[in-house]
Design a protein around this ligand. Sequence first.
Ligand SMILES: Nc1ncnc2c1ncn2[C@@H]1O[C@H](COP(=O)(O)OP(=O)(O)O)[C@@H](O)[C@H]1O
Ligand SMILES: [Mg+2]
Length: 145
Amino acid sequence: MPILDPFSLEFFSKSGEQTRRLGTRLGSALLVGDVICLAGDLGSGKTTFTQGIAKGWGSLDVVTSPTFVIVNQYKKPEGTILHHMDASGALVIEWPDRIKAALPEEYLWIDLTWVDEFQRRMVFTPVGDHYRSLLTAFRQKAFGG
Ligand SMILES: Nc1ncnc2c1ncn2[C@@H]1O[C@H](COP(=O)(O)OP(=O)(O)O)[C@@H](O)[C@H]1O
Ligand SMILES: [Mg+2]
């Protein structure tokens, strides 16, 4: 998928906790209807990152891997739901490369790569104006600039 384009953001996370914190920053910037594609091999941190997203989104629910269920749902106390699924369009999609044809026109694509035991490379690539704005908001929340 998208290699580094001018709007992409590259980051090296040094721990699962750091990945989770980063997810929290992204989750707090999300709007209803946003689509986040998490691409990366097993163990690259997709579910760990989603734990942060759900927390930042405002959910107190426990996040587990969606690999063995059709869809996980994390509810906010006020009722809005974050859908977390492996293979169809919603908010957080693991293995999105498998359903490219079903993806909406615009989304935030995140590539996660295992570097070593504790390090993961993360590349955030926005597709569409809305996701460029989202990434700008995320960059400010996460890195302050
Ligand atoms: N920098 C890091 N970012 C994310 N996870 C990390 C990192 N360093 C170590 N880990 C560990 O790697 C594993 C990632 O698993 P998981 O998030 O389930 O991956 P995936 O959903 O992509 O298969 C977890 O056990 C996590 O603690
Ligand atoms: Mg997973």
